[in-house]
Design a protein around this ligand. Sequence first.
Ligand code: MIC
Ligand code: SF4
Length: 630
Amino acid sequence: MNDNLTYKILKAHCVEGRAAPGQSFGVAIDQTLTQDATGTVAYLQFEAMGVERIRTELAVSYVDHNTLQTGFENADDHRYLQSVAARYGIVFSRAGNGICHQVHLERFGVPGKTLLGSDSHTPTAGGLGMIAIGAGGQDVACAMAGMPFHLSGPRVVRVNLTGELPPWVTAKDVILELLRRLGVKGGVGKLFEYAGPGVRTLSVPERATIANMGAELGATTSIFPSDEETLGWLQAQRREEGFCALEADPDAHYDESIELDLSALEPLIALPHSPDNVVPVREVEGRRVDQVCIGSCTNSSLRDLSTVGALLEGRQVHPDVSLTISPGSQQVLGMIARRGVLAAMIDAGARVLESACGPCIGMGQAPATGAVTLRTFNRNFEGRTGTQSALCHLCSPETAVASALSGKITDPRTLGEPPKVEEPALYPVSDSLIVYPPEDGSHVEVVRGPNIRPIPRRGPLPESVEGSVLIKVGDNVTTDHIMPAGSTVLPLRSNIPAISEHVFEHVDPEFPARARERGGGFIVGGENYGQGSSREHAALAPMHLGLKAVIARSFARIHRANLINFGILPLTFADPSDYDGIGQGDRLKMADVHDGLHAGCFTVRSELSERERDILLAGGRLNLIRKGTH
Ligand code: MIC
Ligand code: SF4
């Protein structure tokens, strides 16, 4: 056998077709995760499937995004989610317990298993040797109902790690280096498998940071081997019974390989407004900083926060800087409290926030007008902070804290000897914010507040599709552009008619009115349309406004799947230069859509698998499921 680790796991889980690069196949899903911002819609769809109890080994529903509760909506969502979890056998992680990816790493991830999550950073669990993939809520609902997850077999890139990270250089710098080299489209259709002698120098939380931000490369997912480090992590979490050692065969085949010498790296920073706009910190040193936010599913582990605390000990945050720290989980928060790290943070003038996504998804801490914000997060798309004019940078916790102390972008290497941070032999495990479902949930009543609205559906695809181009956008348009997040919009995630009013809000506020007035139509996009978040609202809300097709130069994986699931045609230009000849307001007519797809005087391609074509013809996957097929 000459299998890489990726295809070892995928082949062991393949239940339809043949697991190989470029092939379309179905894999059995062992575990699922949802978070509240995508979860309500996922569970509404799960309920519509008529299944009595989840059919995966484990399903966990986390509440971590919408914890601001500025009105009744978020709280209604939480109550709905908790009751659905109890009804169908799902573990419920309550608000305050932490960010789904960090908690999953601590409490539930198991090497060699498959995990499907309704969040694009689900690959974080690849740090534990799982095949962990982000998807739309509907795909996750289908997995919970026991259906396979279909994917187009990714090409596997071997990232050969050699050497060891120098002082002050971190896992964040490793993934920023890959983003610098490859860009936000560099991983599309690929899976990054880490190997080589450098792997064993990285702890599980460090591996998780790297796997997490592989999402920003556009990768299907990332994976690390399961080794002594993995065993140590599971032992410390009192879960070693789930351990198994996993690595690629010695002569494994890879489609590509990348050499990365850890010892040659230096602190890096992503400048506004894209995670691949990466330069060495030293090149931008001295620029003013107004806000520093530490946390998110990328950098909120005990290792990260202990380092931050050690650096803050006996020092003061610069008076012009607001420093916020969001621990990744209740466990991390408990540990920093026990270790005295929390007191050091408080004494230094840090603002300690709840264990949740918080500022990463614009739930509070919007920076001042034109402010420079440094964040240890994974996305710095324009406007995502909640302030359109803010200049958001991404960096390691070390760079972030060095800058918070000086008030300027600062290379942490100027701080002298780095602190030594030990991983504990045992983590305190408390399930005080986890609710396990009853053996039999059939008696549980699902609670639906007024914010929980039914999901709109569309009928079968007509023979001919007609309408005007509602908007034309450029390359790398994110789902944050299409369907913004933040504290005013996120509470509407369970109410599609209401959230639809915010589609393209910061790009073209007239979009919803125009779409309605024209009776729907088309979107024209550039390369990598729909990159970023897995939010299916970026397909569902435009569908509600009458979107029939998106014609783009290329699509991001999850968004393309979401469009198909809701019956919207994802089409690419047969000749990419045709993009230039089409403009907003142009009327398009596609005749004989069922047989072939022709638009006006240019040709578009559908590049659909047979399964995807069936879903589209039915007007969405739920319609197909209702007919008894998946
Ligand atoms: C994000 O980081 O953009 C989110 C919020 O976690 C999303 C999910 C969502 O929009 O609810 C993601 O990454 O998938
Ligand atoms: Fe939450 Fe931010 Fe991670 Fe998304 S990227 S899951 S918003 S912490």
